[in-house]
Design a protein. Structure first.
Lengths: 439, 195, 120
């Protein structure tokens, strides 16, 4: 089910970004967040089918007596590992690229400087997308693939650090010499860069099979993944939330609370995950619910726990900030930050039609004055001509309901429920397909 | 800029959005069937017990099925050509024929699968059974969806709601149908002929 | 786009209209169908004629690749359509092919006793 919705979103985003841009919005003028979303969605539509097949095999092994992963029948669980990681590695790029896109928009805004090397950043993103398909077996170095396979994947995994490193230098160069405004969004964006460097470094150490043989399945990996997932994706997402919340809701978030959130989360995160590098190398395995006190990692684990609680506290502060902004947040103008991109030319929150007049884009930084061009004229507050909005529909939800119904058949081991689910799905699809487009 | 209908307004790449989305879908299906075919090939010859492919696969019978599906692709493309030029009489005939040949293919699969079960090959018998039935079963499920889709279009045509103005829907149906045929071309070669 | 309601009667009459857009004509479709049938007959022939068995696999792969290409280029219109559609199809197709080859290499010998200690 997750696969179908992800694929559908994938097709939708790809077509929208490529085929439904505003006039003048050439691909090399598209904001980095949209570019990274495009690459991400190509990764989604290619990687998800592979995990679908892997899971299909697992489901058949469990429910229908097949032997896709059963040694005694001549098969091997290693196939599962391959199918899983063929998806799993592109998946981590699916997780990080959008955050990289966000950071590439937040940093320039609060440095009051265009992104350094936009073209290179875009191409690096595309390259990361492609290369992400060539590294999957670095998750399987301890499985016994053989020296040739290990060497090939080791090489590709080291190479993939290059485009990421390039982006990091571009972000640093964006800040360098800029007129920095230390908003919460900027704190998270800079935090992203710093934490992702650390996570990337531990990641590169995994690229060496001999080193990885000690690291794999230990807490060292947990350290790496949390630096890139938490320090990377989550920090990037928070940067985006603090950046775009005023635009989405029409209310500013409180900057003081925001900075408290950031610092608590930053300290908490490092307390929680940095010690894991050590406890992993000291021999603590991952995916365990307890460990022996003789391992000597109890104190460091305690530090991690304290860090985790700090993170929880920081999130609480964040939630309080969100809640208070509903009524006590200062109303947000169209452009609270002095952003360069189109979304800042319309009201906060945007009207349902978004742009009263679809702008014609002439450059990469439409709302800024640069040496080469002046700022764009914002669309008028009131649309000069009637704008047609598509009508809503309940039928997609009805169709979607068919799927969990069908899944219920598997859980309850009753066949007829599957047919009910399929019938609901078909019914929903037909009503959806044939309702009039114009309402 | 006019916004008469989604299909006709100006797009950034000058391409029909639905067609673009559908080609993206077909691209993702390449990965789906690619994984299934890869598994079949990786496990080929590894069954611990029989029946084995050479004992069970019926090449003459499957060749007829292959021929049937190829002809259905021809009918699909003729259906599209007819609808595009406004000839709905032949459009309906070709659409129905495509669906009919699809049903014949599915019938052939049912007969084949039943034969195999009688000869002792079920989905749980051995590796050949698992990989064969899941691969061809997934393909068969896709054919079934295609047949339903074609029959739906045929009914719309009978109701007078299909014509050259919405020929794009027929074109996209054709893309799906030809893709399903093309996957079968690969399966026929890799599973049946290369044993 | 396409979809002029020019009321043609029989199949081949519309040839002029479609050729003007760079699309294959009905005649082309029929000829492709004939070629596909011939190729299938050849495939089955190669399977049954023992003399071909040494070159069975490459021959079959080539024949089926030609069939695949013909259907995709002509029936699915990729030849006369935007090159971007070819990219949307071709890139994942190549990816799937590379993954398939990689998996075959990774498993080559790995499931036999000898291969268990490391491939190739």
């Amino acid at each position: 089910m997750l696969g179908i919705s992800s694929l559908a979103a994938g097709f939708n985003f790809i077509v929208t970004i490529l085929n439904l841009r505003a006039p003048g919005m050439k691909m090399m003028r598209v904001p980095t967040f949209s570019w990274m979303t495009l690459v991400t969605n190509f990764l989604i539509i290619t990687a998800f089918p592979v995990i679908t097949v892997g899971l299909l095999f697992l489901m058949f092994d469990r429910f229908f007596g097949t032997h896709f992963y059963v040694r005694e029948a001549g098969a091997t669980p290693i196939l599962w590992q391959h199918l899983f990681w063929l998806f799993g590695h592109p998946e981590v790029y699916i997780l990080i690229l959008p955050a990289m896109g966000i950071v590439s928009e937040v940093l320039p805004t609060f440095a009051r400087k265009p992104l350094f090397g936009y073209t290179v950043v875009v191409y690096s993103g595309i390259l990361i997308g492609f290369m992400g398909w060539g590294v999957w077996s670095h998750h399987m170095f301890s499985v016994g693939l053989g020296p040739i396979a290990d060497s090939v994947f080791s090489a590709t995994s080291m190479l993939i650090a290059v485009p990421t490193g390039v982006k990091i230098f571009n972000w640093i160069a964006t800040l360098w010499g800029g007129d920095i405004r230390g908003t919460t969004a900027l704190h998270f964006a800079v935090g992203f860069v710093a934490m992702f460097i650390i996570g990337g470094l531990s990641g590169v150490t995994h690229a060496s099979p001999p080193a990885d043989l000690q690291q794999t399945d230990s807490y060292y990996v947990v350290a790496h993944i949390h630096y890139v997932f938490f320090g990377g994706t989550i920090f990037g997402l928070f940067a985006g939330i603090y950046y775009w919340w005023p635009k989405m809701t029409g209310r500013l978030l409180d900057e003081t609370l925001g900075k408290m959130h950031f610092w608590l989360q930053f300290v908490g995160m490092n307390l929680a995950f940095f010690p894991m590098h050590f406890i992993g190398l000291l021999g603590m395995p991952r995916r365990v619910y307890t460990y022996s006190p003789d391992l000597g990692v109890s104190d460091l684990n305690l530090v991690s726990t304290i860090g985790a609680f700090l993170i929880a506290l920081s999130i609480l502060i964040f939630v309080v900030n969100l809640w208070r902004s509903r009524t006590r947040g200062r109303p947000a103008p169209n452009d609270p930050w002095g952003g360069a991109t189109l979304e800042w030319s319309i009201p906060s929150p945007p009207p349902p039609y978004n742009f009263s007049v679809i702008p014609t884009v002439e450059n990469r930084l439409p709302r800024w004055r640069t040496e080469r061009h002046g700022p764009m004229k914002d669309p008028p507050a009131v649309p000069p001509a009637p704008i047609h909005m598509p009508g809503g529909s309940w039928w997609p939800m009805v169709a979607a309901l068919g799927l969990p119904l069908a899944a219920l058949a598997l859980l309850t081991h009753t066949l007829w429920v599957a047919f009910v689910g399929a019938a609901v799905l078909l019914f929903g699809i037909y009503r959806w397909a044939f309702e009039p487009f114009e309402v | 800029m006019t916004h008469a209908a989604a299909a006709t307004h100006r797009t950034s790449m000058g391409l029909d959005s639905r067609k673009m989305a559908f080609w993206a879908f077909i691209g993702s299906e390449c990965l789906l069937f690619g994984s299934l075919i890869s598994t079949y090939l990786v496990y080929k010859g590894r069954s611990v017990v029989g029946p084995y492919p050479h004992e069970i696969l019926n090449i003459p019978f499957t060749s007829v099925s292959t021929f049937d599906l190829l002809m259905s692709s021809l009918m699909m493309v003729l259906a599209l050509a007819a609808v595009q030029r406004g000839d709905m009489k032949w459009g309906k005939i070709w659409l129905f024929s495509t669906a009919l040949l699809g049903l014949v293919f599915l019938g052939g699969q049912v007969i084949e699968f039943t034969e195999f079960v009688h000869k002792g090959l079920t989905i749980g018998t051995n590796l050949f059974g698992c990989t064969f039935f899941v691969l061809t079963g997934t393909h068969g499920a896709h054919v079934t969806v295609g047949v339903l889709w074609l029959l739906t279009l045929w009914v719309r045509a009978l109701q007078g709601k299909l014509g050259p103005a919405n020929a794009m829907t027929v074109e996209i149906t054709g893309l799906y149908w030809h893709f399903v045929d093309v996957v079968w071309i690969v399966i026929f070669t890799v599973v049946y002929l290369i044993q | 786009m396409s979809g002029d309601a020019r009321g043609g009667t029989t199949g081949t009459r519309a040839a002029g209209h479609e050729a003007a857009h760079g699309h294959p004509t009905v005649g082309v479709y029929l000829r492709i169908a004939a070629v596909l049938v011939v190729l299938t007959v050849l495939e089955v022939g190669v399977f049954y004629v023992p003399a071909f068995h040494p070159v069975l696999v490459p021959t079959l792969l080539v024949l089926s690749a030609v069939k695949f290409t013909l259907v995709v280029l002509f029936y699915m219109h990729l030849r006369s359509d935007s090159r971007f559609f070819s990219f949307l199809f071709g890139a994942p197709l190549m990816l799937a092919a590379v993954v398939l080859v990689a998996l075959l290499l990774l498993f080559f010998g790995a499931l036999t006793l000898r291969g268990a200690s490391g491939g190739g």
